[in-house]
Design a protein around this ligand. Structure first.
Ligand SMILES: NC(=O)c1ccc[n+]([C@@H]2O[C@H](COP(=O)([O-])OP(=O)(O)OC[C@H]3O[C@@H](n4cnc5c(N)ncnc54)[C@H](O)[C@@H]3O)[C@@H](O)[C@H]2O)c1
Length: 539
């Protein structure tokens, strides 16, 4: 059970602690943040301590110190540690999943899946040592005017301290997808958890604690973002920000961040284009799975359907039939449609529906099976909105709820134009049985990823995943995240003469040997330099 047994150390009374310097403690500020249960209006699920400025600063200082030691930890040992955390997470998936159900209303089964998937991600990331153990070796003579007398060794070095800011919808998975690559690459991490989702994140962090990482290397500092958000994101010890969340927050952080690498995974308006030759049943199934699961609160949810007029009726009626079978209710019962995360989100979604209705869109479920479209608290019944036009907000905005607009198009180009006019460019998908059309459309759609004959999806977690325009900066996926969280360090070996592998040059052994000798002799000694002269080394 959450906060007990293995996890009893992370709570005092009914208040969850923060994690820094290898310890769990309450903030000296005495400040508390409240996490609400989305399923029961106004009901508090958890209380968490909120860190002060000094405590956040201390976490960054400790991270900086610990990173220096961690960077000297052999790659294989770093990998062993990540495998160990993954094992602990798998063993303790129950309590972590329990928190996801309570604080973000994720269906119980999906909550367990999120924890297991995150453990798998960490195990996979541990194998990132294969990427990190390889570097590059360059010869100088491919650039005009250079003989082969310079040898360049390039390798990946850690950046330092990574600030990880995950969103509420996948707090465990999207924290692991930042921590794993950061640690394997030799970095330290400070996590700022989302308020809804913080308790799952704290439980997950305890698994890292139990695995025995060096003190200070990892910390998790819940804060009130409105008060300390800027302090955290502009802290001078931050060497990289890996953020997942909404466009407005991400863009505001990007503008304020200093000269540090950014990994920004922001919102999306993922378009599905359905052509006349597409498998309509398959498209309908993917709208249900890809658009309504977790009540549409996924960055890669289908967020607008652009269907060719001639097959639109068939698609809409197939989706409507499937919508009627969706189970609406609490996450504990594994319902398909669960309450959205906050009342503010529910109000926002309702606003999009009201606007579309006022502009004569058709609310399919208001008519279908005589069921009025409805909302009770944060619970919003699934809704397909047909005949959506470009003057409606829902044609452009991200609902992050179980509401999907359908726009009827006359040509595929019309669909591409709508997709490319969006401020977002995360994912998209195309349904067609013609591979040539699929490729042409994929190339024409300006989004980070286009899926052919399947709904947008983030996984598998090692695939590259990125957004363009306001959907983000940088690319993720295990390999890309490792690369983003490292910098290239080069050492150039300057030889006294050009040397070609198995070349037929006359070998100037004496000078080459003396040069090599100079490399192996210790600092401060009288050394023979490449030019044959004896000098005292400066280091
Ligand atoms: N592209 C992706 O990979 C991806 C994945 C999941 C979710 N998302 C997007 O995330 C959004 C939903 O998540 P959300 O509601 O948690 O987003 P959000 O932008 O409200 O919050 C994201 C995170 O930023 C923090 N935050 C807010 N203000 C801050 C500030 N001033 N300084 C520092 N941190 C601050 C929040 O506490 C949270 O941890 C959607 O737009 C969704 O599309 C994107």
């Amino acid at each position: 059970m959450a906060g007990t047994g293995t996890f009893k150390e992370i709570i005092e009374g009914d208040v969850y602690k923060f994690y820094a310097d290898g310890h769990w403690r309450l903030s000296s500020s005495g400040n508390i943040s409240y996490v609400y249960n989305p399923t029961v209006a106004g009901k508090q699920a958890y209380k968490i301590t909120a860190c002060s400025k000094d405590e956040v600063n201390q976490a960054f200082q400790s991270a900086k110190a610990a990173q220096k030691i961690w960077a000297k930890t052999p790659l294989y040992k770093r990998a062993e540690m990540l495998h160990k955390v993954a094992e602990i997470m798998r063993k303790n998936k129950g309590p972590i999943a329990e928190c996801l159900v309570k604080e973000v209303a994720k269906p119980a089964k999906d909550s367990v899946t999120e924890v297991v998937r995150s453990a798998d991600l960490l195990s996979y990331t541990a194998e990132g040592i294969r990427i990190l153990s390889e570097g590059k070796f360059l010869f100088s003579d491919s650039f005009p005017g250079n003989p082969r007398n310079k040898l360049c060794l390039a390798s990946k070095a850690p950046l330092g301290v990574i600030l990880a800011i995950p969103p509420f919808n996948y707090p465990v998975n999207l924290t692991c997808s930042k921590i794993g690559p950061a640690l394997i690459a030799g970095n330290a991490v400070v996590v700022k958890p989302p308020t809804q989702g913080s308790v799952s994140t704290l439980h997950m962090m305890h698994c890292f604690h139990l695995a025995g990482f060096p003190k200070g290397l990892l910390s998790c500092v819940p804060i009130k973002a409105s008060e300390l958000g800027d302090y955290v994101t502009t802290h001078p010890l931050v060497n990289c920000i890996s953020f997942t969340g909404g466009c407005d927050t991400g863009m505001s952080i990007s503008k304020k961040a200093g000269m540090v690498p950014l990994q920004m995974e922001l919102g999306g308006k993922d378009a599905m284009i359905v052509l006349e030759d597409g498998d309509i049943e398959l498209a309908a199934t993917n709208i249900i799975k890809g658009g309504f699961s977790f009540s549409g609160q996924r960055c890669t949810a289908v967020k607008v359907v652009l269907v060719m007029e001639s097959v639109a009726d068939k698609l809409v009626s197939s989706v409507n039939a499937k919508v009627a079978k969706l189970k609406v209710g609490p996450p504990e019962n594994n319902c398909d449609i669960v309450p959205v995360v906050t009342e503010a989100s529910a109000n926002f979604i309702e606003g999009l529906v009201t606007d579309a209705k006022a502009k004569n869109a058709k609310l399919c479920q208001a008519k279908f099976s005589r069921q009025e479209w409805k909302r009770q608290g944060n619970l919003i019944w699934p809704l397909l909105i047909d005949n959506v036009t470009t003057d409606m907000r829902i044609a452009w905005e991200e609902p992050f709820g179980p509401v999907i607009p359908v726009m009827r198009i006359k040509t595929p180009e019309e669909g591409v134009k709508h997709c490319n006019s969006s401020k977002y460019g995360l994912q998209g998908c195309v349904f067609t049985s013609d591979i040539n059309k699929a490729m042409l459309l994929s190339d024409a759609m300006e989004s980070g990823t286009i899926q052919i004959n399947s709904a947008p999806a983030r996984g598998p977690d090692h695939f590259p995943f990125q957004g363009i325009r306001e959907s983000g900066v940088g690319s993720q996926g295990v390999t890309n995240s490792i690369n983003l969280m490292t910098k290239i360090k080069t050492t150039v070996l300057n030889l006294p003469t050009a040397s070609y592998t198995m070349g037929t040059n006359k070998l100037p052994f004496s000078s080459l040997l003396s040069f090599l000798l100079s490399l192996v002799l210790g600092s401060g000694r009288r050394r023979v330099f490449a030019d044959g002269e004896k000098r005292t080394s400066v280091w």
